[in-house]
Write a protein that binds this ligand. Structure first.
Ligand code: IPE
Ligand code: IPE
Ligand code: MG
Length: 266
């Protein structure tokens, strides 16, 4: 393979999708179209080893790349990863500063790799408070990868599910104010279309690592009928095999969407 030019001096060398030598198992059904992941447990992982929380974030990036590659291998269409929530500003100024700078570094180092894999990067989140330099790098990654169709990766940075709905409401309210929309005409479709990534399908599979069993404000609107998988593994130890196991457990679920079939046992 001829090496492609890197667009950033910090970019790391390309790896093939299957650098771990693993291939996905044969799944019992269609892969979930949209997988959303709360990458949780970095701080605990590091502290358990007597290291500072930020070391967990550093190692967590390798887990993220492994999972992105595993999602592409499995044929997932949309992958959303929760990297910084609208509530994470409550952390120490040092950790917040680290995370802002670190997210930029991740984009610089890996956007070419993601591009090479055919991944389209989208940013889901709010502008207020988020560092302008982070927004610039997110937008640069969006531009670089805009033609890619293999998988869409939504990087959720300064993302909050409630704020996402509030921002959608503001957009719709201004359409109403401008006389372009009647309040009584507003449907679920209008709200879905006004979210941060408007063409994003509903979440089919919602995964959280790190053992906590809560959504922490991730994909509230999109996950109305998502199947939930909570994995005890702390994020830095999470691999594509954890993802594939979650997909296998998704296939064992009966998705009824509020419907019912009457089938009394003989
Ligand atoms: C998730 O790991 C990553 C971010 C929120 C950026 P945490 O930092 O929440 O790690 P724990 O949950 O404290 O172990
Ligand atoms: C959710 O994890 C946010 C991210 C993974 C980015 P948190 O660690 O912030 O959530 P809580 O505090 O356990 O609910
Ligand atoms: Mg956490």
């Amino acid at each position: 393979m001829t090496p492609k030019p890197y667009t950033h001096p910090d970019a790391v060398a390309y790896r093939p999708l299957d650098w771990t030598g693993l291939t996905p198992p044969r799944f019992a059904g269609p892969v979930p179209r949209h997988v959303a992941i709360v990458m949780d447990g970095n701080g605990r992982w590091a502290n358990e080893q007597g290291r500072p929380r930020t070391d967990g974030h550093r190692v967590g990036v390798d887990a993220m790349l492994d999972v992105i590659a595993g999602a592409v291998q499995a044929g997932v269409g949309h992958l959303s990863v929760y990297a910084f929530s609208t509530e994470n500003w409550k952390r120490s100024p040092a950790e917040v500063r680290f995370l802002m700078g670190f997210n930029r570094q991740v984009l610089h180092r890996h956007r070419d790799q993601l591009n090479e894999w055919g991944v389209r990067v989208r940013w889901a989140g709010r502008r207020p408070k988020l560092w302008g330099s982070v927004i610039k790098d997110l937008e640069a990654a969006e531009r670089l990868t805009r033609e890619n169709t293999t998988m869409t990766l939504s990087m959720c940075i300064n993302y909050g599910g409630r704020w996402e709905v509030v921002d959608a409401m503001r957009r719709l309210a201004s359409e109403v104010e401008a006389g372009r929309l009647k309040p009584s005409a507003i449907t679920e479709r209008h709200i879905s279309r006004s979210l941060y990534v408007p063409d994003m399908p509903d979440v089919d599979l919602f995964i959280r690592s790190g053992g906590e069993q809560r959504t922490s404000n991730f994909m509230l609107w999109e996950s109305a009928y998502a199947e939930m998988v909570f994995d005890e593994t702390l994020w830095p130890d999470f691999t594509r095999e954890n993802l594939w196991r979650a997909i296998a457990s998704y296939h064992a679920r009966d998705r009824r969407y509020g419907g019912a079939t009457d089938a009394p046992k003989a």
